[in-house]
Design a protein around this ligand. Structure first.
Ligand SMILES: Nc1ncnc2c1ncn2[C@@H]1O[C@H](COP(=O)(O)OP(=O)(O)OP(=O)(O)O)[C@@H](O)[C@H]1O
Length: 442
């Protein structure tokens, strides 16, 4: 009955019962008072459904595959049982390892660990070029750490250079697990698994989307895992108001964005495009529109990326143009609107992108622009919207589902789109001419 009330679905054997209040952590599970104090200080009043169920499972040492909506508190669902199990710093090297697909998300997880471990002198390390180099120079330092957070590539380098030791790791978490088990990351993830040689290791996978193919792949390396699904499988958060907007041709998108800005918009806003090139192009268009806009992608320096994220969090940037880099895991609490300027290349991408708004019970808006070229894939998004309870016109419901092959093709290669540019070639030529005259005069 309790599970039904919170839409907690579980699959597996000997599943521990969920708990209902953070007080239970101290009274029933013997959590140390410092954890409960940190929870109170964070103003978290009650556990979210994924926390209610995943925490007891992890405390019992069971492997887990957990799927819960974006912004529903999955990070805390693995941080709390790890801190509880590790008890205190031990100077025996890394005992918990969290892998994240992006450096930005790894940093966010690091900050959450630090926040929740105030009062205990745990040594938490986020693996960067600098921290890896320090540990390479002073191997005795490695023993002082308890918890490691890293992206796959950085960690694989450190393993190959013998700069990290993972034999004592007993909690291995894959955050955004489906991404980490996709081609491109899979080889690195495999190498990390091989380096975690402790036979008593607990493996946990967390994501808002875990396609069945990933679940079956994961069951090969997990021991009698328990699957937890909150709400509907692979669905969007229900507090997000989703809209699909037809813009005709590519040019229509810029008109639509400018109209939105002119009508008055509530920042912060995130705009997703499909490539770095297009992110730059859109930035060069919007920068002249008297709004505080910036752009983030993997070609920007690490220092620039850090400063952009900070400024966006602090409200100094109103509109942030981003590539897929920002789509997963990033927790910007107040994002009011997500615009999919370019149609997402998969349902998973759609769910994660729009999940940057409507977090932790808040409401949010998501607008997805589509052109004639995107129309064949429209039904995939319509299906997600329908599952989330959005109102959808009949004609959209009657659309045909795209074939498996065409979906796979889109995942591999985005639709080719016209350059984002409203300035005429005549204007550009004129500007270039002016520049040369100016240089000659100088
Ligand atoms: N029990 C709670 N009560 C209220 N807020 C919470 C609770 N647990 C976590 N939060 C807050 O909810 C927000 C979203 O949490 P988190 O980033 O862990 O979401 P997530 O489920 O991992 O999302 P995503 O799938 O996008 O990665 C964070 O700001 C976090 O501080």
């Amino acid at each position: 009955m309790f599970r039904k009330r919170f839409r907690i679905h579980t699959y597996g054997t000997d599943i521990p019962n969920p708990f209902s209040s953070f007080d239970d952590l101290e009274s029933k599970y013997d959590f140390q008072p410092y954890i409960c104090k940190n929870l109170r200080n964070s103003a978290y009043e009650k556990p979210t459904p994924i926390q209610m169920q995943a925490i007891p499972i992890m405390i019992h040492g069971r492997d887990i595959m957990a799927m819960a909506p974006t912004g529903s508190g999955k990070t805390l669902a693995y941080i709390l049982p790890i801190l509880h199990d590790l008890k205190g710093p031990e100077k025996m090297g890394y005992r918990a390892l969290v892998i994240s697909p992006t450096r930005e998300l790894a940093h966010q997880i690091y900050r959450e660990f630090k926040k929740m471990s105030v009062g205990k002198k745990f040594k938490v390390c986020m693996l960067t070029k600098a921290t890896a180099a320090t540990q390479a120079q002073s191997p005795h330092l490695r023993e002082k750490f308890d918890i490691l957070i890293s992206t796959p590539l950085r960690l694989v380098h450190a393993i190959q250079e013998e700069n990290v030791e993972l034999k004592n790791v007993r909690h291995l978490i894959l955050d955004e697990a489906d991404k980490l088990l996709e081609l491109g990351f899979l080889e690195q993830t495999d190498e990390i698994f091989a380096a975690c040689s402790n036979t008593k290791i607990q493996k946990a996978l967390f994501s808002a989307t875990l396609p069945s193919s990933v679940e079956s792949l994961a069951s090969n390396f997990m021991k009698d895992p328990i699957r937890v699904v909150i709400g509907l499988k692979n669905a969007a958060t229900e507090t997000i108001k989703q809209r699909l907007v037809y813009v005709g041709q590519e040019e229509g998108k810029l008109i639509a964005v400018r109209q939105l800005i002119q009508e008055g918009f509530k920042p912060p806003v995130l705009i997703f495009v499909q490539s770095i090139e297009r992110a730059k192009e859109l930035f060069h268009e919007l920068i002249y529109d008297s709004i505080n806009v910036d752009v983030i992608h993997s070609e920007r320096t690490k220092a620039q990326r850090d400063s952009i994220i900070l400024n966006f969090r602090q409200g100094k940037i109103w509109v942030l143009i981003a590539t897929e880099l920002m789509a997963r895991g990033m927790d910007f609490k107040g994002v009011n609107l997500v615009i999919n300027y370019d149609f997402p290349q998969s349902v998973q991408s759609y769910i994660h992108r729009i999940g940057r708004t409507g977090r932790a019970g808040r409401t949010g808006d998501a607008v997805t622009y589509y052109t004639k070229d995107d129309a064949p894939y429209l039904k995939s998004i319509v299906n997600v919207m329908k599952e989330s309870g959005c109102e959808i016109p009949d004609w959209m419901l009657q659309l045909k589902n795209p074939s498996k092959e065409s979906k796979q093709q889109l995942r591999k290669k985005p639709i080719e789109r016209k350059t984002i540019n409203t300035r005429s070639t005549y204007d550009i030529k004129k500007m270039k001419h002016k520049k040369y005259v100016f240089i000659i005069l100088l």
